[in-house]
Write a protein that binds this ligand. Structure first.
Ligand SMILES: [Zn+2]
Ligand SMILES: [Zn+2]
Length: 363
């Protein structure tokens, strides 16, 4: 089968023929139908986050189960699945506490780029290839742990709902679960890429009174308006902190940073009211630091983060898909372009330049 391989950081991906082993215990073989092109992969490809190479990236995959390994009880051949960027073992304290995206297995999977438990199933000749996020969906097929998959309704278009495997559910969940917006409350969303725009949609679903979207590209801001933002701020033309203060009177109840830029995080934190909550959603390069005056905490402000929008994937992904299918969560609007696997480097160039909101690789 074909897969896109990262041999060294800051080099283009190479689409080559590779070998994929049969699924072992608790693993399934998925024929990938579509996979989103997400900024998180780019962080690894640029070396801003460490990953052992060679590695097959890709973590917003959706497809159809083709074969199941021994002991698989939750899936069978023919099932349509969306793969989850955050794995949950179901046994650790976080999983048991109902915080599956914080599962202890996630960090080793992300840093070692293996399947849960440390195995790899991909080879190029004699050479072993790693699986970024334990998924490696930039390939025609993937062998993944059954718990990395959420079974979804068969009438849902996989080339749209694949986005729910990472970025889109992160944004929606950050608004609904992490901020837990109550009807009428205000939220400022910094960064209107796929994650930020999903947060706009999530905030609208939650009944936010004032949704304020901030970006430097007018194209992205007009999309934010279409998806439910009540106000948009072009941070190139206006001071976003002053403008949020003006629009809310006191500062926003919540602010989300959906880019991974510490300067923008500082602005977002300064935009919340006394007692407001600032949520780091974007993935900042490892080694960068955020500095905050401790006095701000005496104003009752909260800073927190989120892993994949604190979703409970097995419950929330089917719900988000129902909302999409009923026209209440138009995640398809995020998809600006589709590419083939052979065009994957082009897709990443367009993403890095901000030319597209989200693109999808279709097989
Ligand atoms: Zn766990
Ligand atoms: Zn992602």
């Amino acid at each position: 089968m074909k897969a896109a391989i990262l041999y060294e950081v800051n080099a283009p991906l190479k689409v080559e023929r590779v070998t994929l082993d049969e699924p072992q215990a608790n693993e399934v073989l998925v024929k990938i139908v579509a996979t989103g092109v997400c900024h998180s992969d780019l962080h690894f490809m640029k070396g801003e986050m460490p990953t052992p190479v060679p590695v097959v990236p890709g973590h917003e995959g959706a497809g159809i189960v083709e074969k199941v390994g021994p002991g698989v009880t939750t899936l069978q051949p023919g099932d349509h699945v969306v793969m989850m960027v955050s794995f949950s073992c179901g046994k650790c304290r976080y999983c048991v506490e109902g915080k599956p995206t914080q599962c202890v297995e996630n960090l080793p999977i992300m840093s070692m780029a293996t399947l849960p438990g440390g195995a790899t199933r991909l080879h190029k000749g004699e050479q072993q290839l790693n699986h970024l996020f334990g998924l490696a969906s930039y390939a025609e097929y993937a062998v993944v742990h059954e718990r990395s998959c959420v079974k979804v309704r068969e009438d849902a278009p996989l080339d749209v709902v694949c986005l729910l495997g990472c970025g889109t559910s992160t944004g929606i969940g950050a608004a609904i679960n992490t901020a837990a917006i109550k009807p009428g409350e205000s939220i400022a969303i910094f960064g209107c890429g796929g994650v930020g725009l999903s947060a706009v949609m999530g905030a609208k679903l939650a009944g936010a009174g004032k949704i304020i979207a901030v970006d430097t590209l007018s194209r992205k801001l007009s999309m934010a308006k279409k998806l439910g933002a009540d106000y948009v701020i072009n941070a190139k033309k206006e001071d976003p902190i002053m403008k949020v203060m003006e629009l809310t009177g006191t500062g926003a109840d919540y602010a989300l940073e959906c880019i991974g830029n510490v300067n923008v995080m500082t602005q977002a934190f300064a935009s919340i009211r006394f007692g407001g909550k600032f949520i780091v959603v974007g993935m900042a390069p490892l080694g960068t630091m955020l500095s905050i005056a401790p006095f701000e905490f005496l104003l009752g402000k909260t800073v927190t983060g989120t892993v994949q929008g604190d979703i409970k994937a097995q419950l929330d992904i089917p719900r988000y898909i129902d909302l999409y299918m009923n026209g209440k969560l138009p995640i398809d609007k995020l998809i600006t372009k589709t590419y083939s696997l052979d065009e994957i480097n082009e897709a990443f160039e367009a993403l890095a330049k901000g030319e597209i909101i989200r693109s999808v690789i279709k097989f």
